[in-house]
Ligand binder design. Structure first.
Ligand SMILES: Cc1ncc(COP(=O)(O)O)c(C=O)c1O
Length: 398
């Protein structure tokens, strides 16, 4: 008889894998589904990235192993980008580590810092990997703090720690709420982590999916953050390259060294041609062609969010398009999971908010990662759902 390790039994199902299976099943049966469930951009990667990828594929050595910490040129490009984008100076050797997507790094930071029985603080609602892939799979205990109320900001003054509490995860722009953060909140988070001797794991995966004049900050812009913080970012959403798998962790030297040590025992790095393409795209980030492409990308996402938000509002679901991310977090005023079933009955897939924690129970997350005309069609389909809802006090500042 084969028994799984106890830690595997403790894992709840990964809702996105379930959603993917459901979509495949229904599509096989011929149902035309509009997929607003998983946050995987339909828009193409920048032209410069694709050109560079093709070229790098035939470079000598491109089929060989990379290093799990990343190639020197890639780490230098990440450091150069941080300097230009955030004014943050990083040593590419000691303060940057390549990741096979930021999800990998967020999971492996648990193995780096948590002993069995330790505790990690994480946001509810929040990206499930903090609790599951990182904490539970390190035999540690997730302890949630609430992101409720206006703006989905943390109130760390209410958060208790003890000598087993080791980590705090924070994510802005936020998946799933789309909320953004201000400098004061980040300062408080750094102060809190320093006072309580916690490592602050800051997830900035959506830093470049921002609209209008809003620019997402880096935690490393906050004074003394380097003493306690490590930031996870990714080319996935930045360059619409989720499947190529490349991200990076930057920040506190000791955490980065530990993460590299864990990774050296587990993986053999991001393919070199992917690192080469990501590096040259980061290098050219502020050049006019790429800037124009990125702006157009974000304008398209913003337009879709506006269309969907307006459509939901017309059937009594009050939502406000966010300043960042491609998610619309809609308060249904009733079980979000029930509404998701109604959505599926009209051929629209969305994610029940409870997938992101108990505080998401009354919400549904829509990801506008289908072509604009399909988002418009989704609105038409949603209008056919008979029950109109007017959620109580639902207007949330994004
Ligand atoms: C908040 C957040 N962090 C990290 C990730 C991981 O992205 P990747 O592993 O593609 O970098 C995601 C993916 O959806 C996310 O939503």
């Amino acid at each position: 008889m084969i028994n799984y390790a106890d830690r595997l039994e403790k894992l709840p199902p990964y809702i996105f894998a379930d959603l993917e299976r459901l979509q495949v099943d229904l599509t096989r049966k011929g149902v035309d589904l509009i997929s607003l469930g998983i946050g995987d951009p339909d828009l193409p990667p920048p032209g410069v990235l694709v050109d560079s990828l093709k070229k790098a594929l035939t470079e000598p050595g491109s089929s060989n192993y990379s290093s799990s910490a990343g190639e020197d040129y890639f780490r230098k490009s990440v450091a150069g980008w941080y300097e230009k984008r955030f004014g943050v100076t990083l040593d590419p050797q000691t303060e940057v580590c390549a990741l096979i997507g930021s999800k990998e790094g967020l999971a492996n930071v648990g193995r780096t810092l948590l002993n069995p029985g330790d505790k990690a603080l994480l946001p509810d609602p929040g990206y499930p990997v903090y609790a599951q892939g990182s904490t539970i799979l390190s035999d540690a205990t997730p302890v949630v703090f609430n992101l409720t109320g206006e703006g989905f900001q943390p109130d760390l003054s209410n958060v208790r720690t003890d000598d087993r509490t080791k980590l705090l995860f924070l994510n802005y722009p936020s998946n799933p709420t789309g909320a953004v953060v201000d400098g004061d909140t980040l300062e408080q988070a750094v102060g809190f982590c320093r006072r309580h001797h916690l490592v602050l794991c800051y997830d900035n995966a959506y830093s470049e999916v921002c609209f209008g004049s809003y620019r997402s900050p880096s935690i490393l812009q906050i004074n003394d953050a380097m003493e306690c913080a490590v930031e996870f970012n990714s080319c996935s959403k930045m360059f619409n390259m989720t499947g190529y798998r490349v991200g990076f962790a930057v920040g506190n030297k000791k955490v980065i060294a530990g993460l590299k040590k864990v990774k050296s025992q587990i993986d053999s790095g991001v393919p070199k041609f992917v690192q080469r393409a990501a590096a040259s795209t980061l290098d050219g980030y502020f050049e006019s062609d790429l800037s124009a492409e990125r702006n157009k990308n974000n304008e398209t996402l913003k337009k879709r969010l506006d269309i969907l938000s307006q459509g939901l509002r017309e059937i009594g679901i009050e939502t406000k398009p966010p300043k960042a991310t491609f998610y619309l977090w809609a308060n249904i005023g009733a079980e979000g999971a029930t509404f998701v079933k109604e959505l599926i009955s009209v051929g629209v897939v969305a994610t029940p908010g409870v997938a992101f924690g108990a505080n998401g129970r009354d919400y549904v997350r829509f990801s506008v990662t289908e072509p604009t005309r399909r988002v418009e069609e989704a609105v038409e389909r949603i209008r056919k759902i008979p029950v109109k809802r007017v959620p109580p006090n639902s207007f949330q500042e994004a």
